[in-house]
Design a protein around this ligand. Structure first.
Ligand code: NOJ
Ligand code: CA
Length: 533
């Protein structure tokens, strides 16, 4: 009998995040579109190891939007912004993805709408409008100041309240003033969002990524956050309010009626103990709570191990972990961890970690090419929170045009000087490239029950500076060893096996070496997978 590789797709698969604006443009306007994604599906997975091999794509928002927050300000939950195409383009994308066995996950933004959403336009039109209570309205304090001290997540915005002069009340916005928060205490809002979920499920989507899943409910009494002034983390009325769990259970019930669908949530909470609650006490909320742990760790083996061990120990029984290194809101790994030019070497090793831990790996477009943040000149910057550098378009080929195969026009953000070197075409057939490493890792993972579903056991005998662990399923035993230092180091793996076979290394020259696991020599920033016998 072969290894048991079965499990729900969102446990065994690799999920690849696409930022539609920056993936592939087809009409020369410099902005990526849905039709562009369809043309690149074979790159993502054509069923052969010559393609990247991802199992699902998660699309950042493509809905009609004034784009104040690049689509995270939704003006119509049930459509496609003309910039990105049409609903027919969306259907074609889903159809073409499914034909290749690629699942499609869409971003759901239930915490807030755009201020141009007809719901908000109605809501703000008068105090007695039937949709007034769909949003969070409150009277000014006696001195005219905002109802409480809550702050927007965007530091430059300041207070999370904006006064609507016409009706004399403030409305809540956790992000931009153009993103008013929905009032999730209102049953009509819950019903309306059920309809949104069903609309996309009926269209064939395989799941949702729920934007700021931890924010939907808030303190109905709108009390001050006690510790905001002290700059400390404490109990907050504006996020992680207990009622949010009831909302997520309701979403989950809607999904369950459709079978094999999945919801993962953006649970950007600094305390992992609170984050894991989003799986639900009865594991009846999120299938995957996005774990931001690697975005906050220093480049140290002990820190990475502690973060993984803590998550493993906190996970409720039956819940499934996930990990990621990059997304559209944070500096890319190559830049984030760069120290004197070793950013790419570190990113290669981080890739081995990501694809070999127990849990679903989430990739962000471009990380498989080793893209770095692109410095954006101030006159071309868009984002209020400075996130343009990690949102630059995909460099697909070596063409000299500024578009590098992304667009025939002027790209909405520059691709950066590295595009001539760091691009898909240049890396595709180069065995030493980052793309080849990701491809090998992803396809290797697919064939390994230990990596897909096996247990995780950290190796205590690893020396300082090395994070090493075993992944085991039935008779398959893999040792992963990651050298977080800039110097060569030896790992004593004698306690776990006498011999082994080196399956994969960040060092492409070592790919075919036979080694005994003890001592296992690692180069600077080298990561390896060893099959133990
Ligand atoms: C999280 C998204 O990832 C981010 O891009 C956005 O600005 C906020 N949520 C608000 O929707
Ligand atoms: Ca376009």
């Amino acid at each position: 009998m072969g290894p048991n590789l079965s499990g729900p797709w969102w446990q065994t698969g690799v999920i690849y995040q696409i930022y539609p604006r920056s993936f592939q443009d087809t009409n020369g306007d410099g902005v990526g579109d849905l039709a562009g994604i369809t043309t690149r599906l074979d790159y993502l997975n054509d069923g052969t190891p010559g393609s990247l091999g991802v199992d699902a794509i998660w699309l950042s928002p493509f809905y009609p939007s004034p784009m104040a927050d690049f689509g995270y300000d939704v003006a119509d939950y049930l459509g496609v912004d003309p910039l990105f195409g049409t609903l027919a383009d969306f259907d074609a994308l889903v159809h073409a993805a499914h034909a290749r066995g690629i699942r499609v996950v869409v971003d759901l933004v239930p915490n807030h709408t755009s201020d141009r959403h007809p719901w908000f336009v109605e809501s703000r039109s008068s105090r007695d409008n039937p949709k007034r209570h769909w949003y969070v309205w409150a009277d000014p304090k006696a001195d005219g100041s905002p109802p409480n001290n809550w702050l927007s997540e965007f530091r430059r915005v300041g207070r999370a309240w904006t006064l609507d002069a016409a009706t004399g009340q403030y409305y809540l916005h956790s992000f931009l003033p153009q993103q008013p928060d929905l009032n999730w205490w209102d049953p009509e809002v819950r019903e309306a969002m059920d309809g949104v979920l069903r609309f996309w499920l009926d269209r064939g989507v395989d799941g949702f990524r729920i934007d700021v899943a931890h924010r939907m409910a808030h303190d109905p009494e709108l009390r001050d956050n006690p510790l905001i002034e002290a700059g400390e983390d404490g109990p907050r009325g504006d996020e992680d309010w207990p009622e949010v769990h009831a909302i997520l259970r309701r979403f989950r019930q809607t999904l369950e009626a459709y079978g094999d669908r999945m919801m993962m949530g953006e649970t950007y909470l600094p305390d992992p103990a609170r984050m894991v609650r989003y799986y639900g006490e009865a594991v009846d909320e999120l299938h995957l709570a996005q774990n931001f742990v690697f975005l906050q760790q220093p480049w140290r083996a002990a820190a990475m191990r502690a973060a993984v061990d803590q998550f493993e120990s906190l996970l409720p029984a039956g819940a499934w972990p996930d990990y990621f290194l990059n997304n559209h809101d944070h500096s890319r790994v190559v830049s984030r961890y760069d120290e004197g030019g070793n950013g790419l070497a570190r990113a290669r090793m981080a890739a081995i970690m990501l694809l070999t831990l127990r849990g679903t790996p989430l990739l962000y477009q471009g990380e498989e090419l080793g893209l770095a943040d692109v410095p954006i000149p101030p006159e071309r910057a868009y984002d209020i929170a400075g996130r343009d550098p990690e949102r630059t378009p995909m460099p697909w080929d070596r063409s000299a045009t500024p578009g590098a195969g992304f667009t025939t026009g002027e790209p909405w953000l520059p691709l950066g000087a590295h595009a001539a070197r760091v691009n898909m075409a240049a890396q595709h057939d180069d065995p030493a490239s980052m793309l080849s490493l990701y491809r090998r890792l992803i396809w290797y993972r697919k064939s390994s029950a230990a990596l897909l579903l096996g247990s995780y056991r950290p190796l205590d005998s690893a020396p300082d500076g090395v994070f090493a662990y075993l992944r085991e399923a039935d008779s398959e035993r893999l040792l992963v060893a990651l050298n977080f230092t800039n110097r060569p180091i030896e790992v004593d793996a004698g306690g776990v096996a006498a011999s082994g076979h080196l399956e994969l290394s960040t060092d492409s020259d070592r790919l075919t070496w036979e080694v005994g696991p003890s001592p296992l020599p690692l180069g600077p920033n080298e990561g390896v997978i060893v099959r133990l016998s």
